[in-house]
Design a protein around this ligand. Sequence first.
Ligand code: GLU
Length: 447
Amino acid sequence: MLHEKLSPVYDNVLRRNPGETEFHQAVREVLESIGPALGKHPEYAESKIIERICEPERQVIFRVPWEDDRGEVHINRGFRVEFNSALGPYKGGLRFHPSVYLGIVKFLGFEQIFKNSLTGLPIGGGKGGSDFDPKGRSQREIMRFCQSFMTELYRHIGEHTDVPAGDIGVGGREVGYLFGQYKRITNRYESGVITGKGLSFGGAQVRTEATGYGCAFFVDEMLKARGTSFDGKRVVVSGSGNVAIYTIEKIQQLGGTVVACSDSSGYVVDDQGIDLALLKQVKEVERLRVDVYAKRRGGAASFVPGRSVWEVPCEVAMPSATQNEITGRDAELLVRGGCIAVGEGANMPTMPEGVRIFQEAGVAFGPGKAANAGGVATSALEMQQNASRDSWTFEFSERRLAEIMRDIHGRCLATADEYGMPGNYVAGANIDGFKRVADAMLALGLI
Ligand code: GLU
């Protein structure tokens, strides 16, 4: 239910952003949580903070022409939505996927505002990407696309302005090509203009692992708060990209057994626990599908094509693939199968109906804004290292990440308590993330 002051705000968002369903969903989820904060702080409504937060500061849409290996010309669309810079330069990744359109970029940018605020670090919110499909493209095609994309993007970004990074379809290889082109065009070695860089050119230790590790740390905290741990737990992780792989790695280190993971072709179950070295070889090195993992693993694992991984019973679920991957029905199945905790490694992977089902069943539900904030938090640490021309050790960086995740978890719980919704991480994350941005916006005047 929406607070009476928020209904017209939401109606206005629907009217002004027609057809952008993912953006509507993300806005509604935040507005549903922050009613109590408006009651305590009438100055937010008086200054129209919510209306301002829902309107991006700037949106850039551009043409990205490029040539494939056969000489054929392709035209894609590029986006960068600079949503909110009250807390720091716009910060958020780039997604290359055929599903990308303005509504996806705006939902991701909107989420990023509150996620970045929750980290407690000085970063605003933004997001970008393209409807380019990297699947099946050669390395040289990927490079040419990245160069063309940056040839327009470079004029909008900068270490004090807007700092992109990776997301789905954009990993270390793409960040390298993007940074290379930025450096070439500007003639500046401006390391802090993009994060997720390779370790040899200004990248940070633990950035590659950070989203997955951070999500595992967050769920570990939720389990501890309930007097239990990952030790001996059966875990399902969806996806098999960067977030999923390093979620699996940390869960295994914490004593859990990950019995299934997936990609868009289907899922693999492996009751003895995923063989991570094999999964990395198949997905990261050879860039193949998960059925190859099952084939090479032999009798221990099987591949189930075209079905949802959420039919595999587990005690902990870590959705780490993409938005809206857990439906209401999936959530019911998970609850019936004995699931006690959910940590969102992806952005908005659980549909609103699913969130309601988890919360009503008493499942510890860690929303993406809080649970997957470790990636962008470590990006902010990369910016710190770049600004001071320093590089930290793996151990120190991982300790910082663990502290940040513990701190986010603690603040979500404390805020949920303060507003009379104990254990509600969604309310805690939204209110705490929102308040820091709102207070900064008030202090900065009408911007
Ligand atoms: N794409 C990641 C996210 O959803 C990371 C963004 C970043 O490091 O800037 O938070």
